[in-house]
Design a protein around this ligand. Structure first.
Ligand SMILES: Cc1cc2nc3c(=O)[nH]c(=O)nc-3n(C[C@H](O)[C@H](O)[C@H](O)COP(=O)(O)O)c2cc1C
Length: 184
């Protein structure tokens, strides 16, 4: 395999659960967002909106919703830990990617944008971590719904959301990737 700078960033990216709280600089943030904007999109529709949450007040308000939002029903065999399902994880930034519902490929486009941002962040030594709670259940409670006008434009639906920041404690080694490739 060829090890170039891009591969180094891809291989070094990990999903962080905890960040160290230090802010991300404007230039770093701009670089991450630009990487997202250059993801491919169906029919070049660019059917997305990126909401960058970095005001301490809004991060705290989102954190309060995480504390009160109901827990989802876990799939069989999965035990959810006690306590809130999501916390702010001490992250200085959350990026929410919403897709224009009317665009047929908005789901895929938004996820590709987020992955580009993850890799760009990794290349800068910035950690990231997906927030399933924000994508799935955040707006299913009145406290979350009250924040929706500030976080998601009309006609858009949240497709991806993640924390970004400088890494906290090392993430556990997730082992080698499983071989699920076939050649035909
Ligand atoms: C759709 C999706 C949802 C995820 N949801 C969460 C989440 O809610 N909380 C979390 O800590 N990690 C979440 N992750 C991160 C995964 O746990 C992580 O990608 C996986 O364990 C592999 O580890 P790595 O990203 O460090 O390679 C999610 C990842 C994806 C793609």
């Amino acid at each position: 395999m060829i090890h170039n700078e891009t591969m180094k960033s891809i291989l070094s990216r990990r999903s962080y659960k905890i960040f160290d709280g230090l802010p991300i600089g404007d230039e770093e943030l701009e670089t991450i967002l630009t990487a997202g904007l250059y993801a491919p999109t169906g029919m070049n529709g660019q059917p997305w909106h990126f909401t960058v949450v970095r005001s301490r007040e809004m991060l705290n308000r989102i954190g309060e919703v995480f504390k009160v939002m109901p827990k989802p029903t876990p799939p069989p065999g999965i035990n959810l830990p006690p306590g809130p399902i999501e916390t702010m994880r001490n992250a200085p930034v959350m990026i929410i990617v919403s897709g224009r519902e009317s665009h047929p490929t908005n789901f895929q486009d938004c996820c590709l944008a987020m992955e580009n941002m993850f890799i760009a962040a990794a290349s800068l030594g910035i950690a990231s971590g997906w927030s399933h709670a924000m994508v799935k259940d955040f707006f299913n409670c009145p406290e979350g719904l009250a924040l929706k006008p500030k976080l998601v434009p009309e006609g858009y639906v949240v497709r991806a959301a993640a924390f970004f920041g400088y890494p906290g404690p090392e993430v556990k080694d997730r082992g080698p990737r499983k071989g699920t490739i076939s050649y035909v």
